[in-house]
Design a protein around this ligand. Structure first.
Ligand code: C2E
Ligand code: MG
Ligand code: MG
Ligand code: MG
Length: 282
């Protein structure tokens, strides 16, 4: 009986493995095709200055509309693209598109904005800085228009390689943010030595404030410590007026979330960026 079970589970295991690697192969082809066939777009979610409620810029978020699969969430395909070693091509597409969009907006006469791009750890390989600075130069977009969002683990895992690269980019005027702060190492002693401008508090800490006293205290401590390190603080996933009031009271610098705006296609965010204000969707 045990043997039978063992055998069955072995068969199940290999079947699942084959299915998984088959899916992997299919998805790899899908992803490569998607880059070639222009199935990716970028949406932009406004970031709000907490004190003035003015828009300071936006975060670029990739969107994939597959002709048969429909909408595929980045939380599904970004990790896959990392595993498959195609995150560099995808990442270059995101950077190139964002910079192209910045160039268009600058040509429209817009000036006072900054667009953040999410960057995976694997993208920070030799040659990354050169490619990025070259894209900016070719497009005649000053580095001050750009911000990179990296997770703590992305920076910490290979800090000997990554820190010098980020230092060089920061010196050029590109802002560097730690994304999803609080979910990783959250080592403030270490943060002090990183070449960063900004912390983005992960939305899991924002969700239950101000009702959750634990989270409220955590968030206010994170903001206070970040300010001691001269870092700007952004709260992500802000959905309610109660969260806004609490974060303003704690002197959080910037707010981002559905309360203000969802991620929007370029033509929809442009008028908001131009006006500097968010039309509230309520
Ligand atoms: P992230 O960088 O932390 O982005 C924030 C996520 O929260 C986005 O999900 C955004 O749409 C969502 N969000 C914004 N406001 C709210 C809110 O008020 N409530 C809630 N519940 N969610 C909100 P999205 O677009 O699905 O992206 C998920 C993750 O995928 C991103 O997390 C980022 O890690 C990754 N990602 C997205 N675009 C790119 C990209 O171009 N390159 C790379 N490497 N990663 C990307
Ligand atoms: Mg982000
Ligand atoms: Mg985040
Ligand atoms: Mg996140």
């Amino acid at each position: 009986r045990a043997k039978e079970n063992g055998r069955n589970s072995y068969q199940l295991y290999t079947a699942a493995m084959n299915a998984a690697s088959f899916e992997h192969l299919a998805m790899e082809a899908n992803l490569r095709e998607a880059i070639k066939n222009g199935q990716f777009t970028l949406h932009y979610q406004p970031k709000i200055d907490a004190a003035s409620s003015r828009i300071t810029g936006a975060e670029a978020l990739i969107r994939w509309q597959h002709p048969k699969l429909g909408y595929v969430a980045p939380s599904l395909f970004i990790p896959l693209a990392e595993d498959l070693g195609i995150i560099n091509d995808l990442g270059d597409w995101v950077l190139g598109s964002t910079i192209g969009q910045c160039r268009n907006w600058i040509r429209e006469g817009m000036d006072d904005f900054r667009i953040a791009v999410n960057v995976s750890a694997n993208q920070l390989q030799p040659g990354f800085n050169e490619r990025l600075l070259n894209m900016l130069k070719e497009a005649e977009v000053e580095p001050r228009y750009l911000e990179l969002e990296l997770t703590e683990s992305a920076v910490m895992k290979r800090s000997e390689d990554v820190v010098p690269m980020l230092t060089a980019l920061k010196h050029r005027g590109i802002h560097i943010s730690i994304d999803d702060f609080g979910t990783g190492y959250s080592n403030f002693g270490y943060l002090k030595r990183l070449p960063i401008n900004k912390l983005k508090i992960d939305l899991s800490f924002i969700r239950d404030i101000p009702a959750s006293q634990d989270d409220a205290e955590l968030v206010s401590a994170m903001i206070a410590m970040a300010h001691k390190l001269s870092l700007t603080v952004v709260a992500e996933g802000v959905e309610t007026a109660g969260q806004v009031a609490f974060l303003q009271q704690q002197n959080c610098d910037e707010l981002q979330g559905y309360f203000f705006a969802h991620p929007l296609p370029a033509h929809e965010i442009q008028p908001l960026l131009q006006a500097g204000i968010c039309q509230l969707e309520r």
